[in-house]
Design a protein around this ligand. Sequence first.
Ligand SMILES: C[S@@+](CC[C@H](N)C(=O)[O-])C[C@H]1O[C@@H](n2cnc3c(N)ncnc32)[C@H](O)[C@@H]1O
Length: 459
Amino acid sequence: MSVTETARQERVIELRLGPVAHGGHVVARHEGRVVFVRHGIPSELARVALTDADEGAKFWRGDVVEVLEASPHRREHVWDLADSLRAHSEGRLPVGGAEFGHIALDEQRRLKAAVIREQLERLAHLERDIVVEPVPLRPGAADDGGGLAWRTRCSFAVTPEGRLAMHAHRSEELIPITGMPLATDEIDALHLWELDLRGVERVEVAAPASGSAPLVVFTLADGVAPARLTEILDGLDPAVSASAVGSAALGPGAARSPLTVRGRGSVTEHVLGHHYTVTGEGFWQIHRRAPETLVTAVLDALGGVLAAGAQVADLYAGAGLFTAPLAAAVGPGGYVLSVEGSPGTSRDARRTFKRQPEVAVVQGRVERVLRTQGGPGAFDAVVLDPPRAGAGREAVRQLVAAEPKAIAYVACDPASFARDLGWFRDAGWTLGSLRAFDLYPMTHHVESVALLLPPAHAN
Ligand SMILES: C[S@@+](CC[C@H](N)C(=O)[O-])C[C@H]1O[C@@H](n2cnc3c(N)ncnc32)[C@H](O)[C@@H]1O
């Protein structure tokens, strides 16, 4: 077996790649040790640069730098900067965020389905056939945009020289970028990479799926005066309309305050007839079709439980994506408890629902709020949409005790979902429908919507 080095002095070993694993890797073995390999495809023979390979480590990590026997599903990478083969030949790391960009889209979905299936078997002891559904870029169209131009939210770093950049995977290394093929055309049209961003630490962009003006949030480095923002914005093409917010802290440890320097400090999102205000601080789903895809799947899953007058909880509610259709379903005689931990995002929800007395927006941790507002019989139905870490043991215990008739679990991480599902199953709950959606093409991420049913339902 040949062992060589890359231009970055990483050791390179030859490996036969095995099955896909959670987290965007395939699994290989080198002298008995597991190696988690990125940028490969199961069955390939590849030369792999070891990016984490301490002698004492239980497992190593590596990037494919050359393919000796290619999978029939291998394609030219959709983004040069994220292409591991090209990056390592140029002596740099690939930019993160498109780690499946070298795989045919159909195969990306099969691999994601395999990961969900494997996590369910391992952590929830459940066998289920999974199909990851493609999501067209426009309603009613078949076209999924080739897996590109779907991101309505992007977060960028800035190099010390003031260039727009992104990080390499698990690295502090910054790679200047001149385009982002996964971002929507509205974000692309801003040409943020042409700006002189000296004095800025981070740039976040939110471009509503409706195509209305994007919002750009510039986080200034500590001590940089807000006047710097005006200079930066002078570099934006005046023909492109965008709102801009700066976040400045004028001294070390000084509080940061958002400062609207152009247009509005928020965007309005429209989903199936509902309108939402989302500020720069607020969470919103990333794929342009994610909101309506997930709302439709959740309403379908909860079906008859959402009758007029029902009591429901929207947990990990964000800006209230599910709160609005839930409120419409239960009507003025019903009740929706909308719980979100992040103060900025919860403020957005409060603004959106301020004229709806049937909606109670509560800012706080789900586990804490359920302690006082989640006793037995508190809810007919629950929507549970936790972050990647999942809901966790305490929230699952409280929900089991609350005895709702159904829970729609919206999961962005198959492993934490399967772990939580295992705990629900230990308490006698069953898995009803389970749908999975390709809401993050070119990456290993996948979203699913599951219906969980309490023991009484099974009898
Ligand atoms: C995956 S997002 C879902 C948001 C919303 N349901 C949507 O689809 O737009 C998860 C949300 O949970 C919030 N969050 C994370 N941990 C939390 C906790 N322990 N309690 C309450 N909210 C939390 C995050 O701030 C984030 O807004």
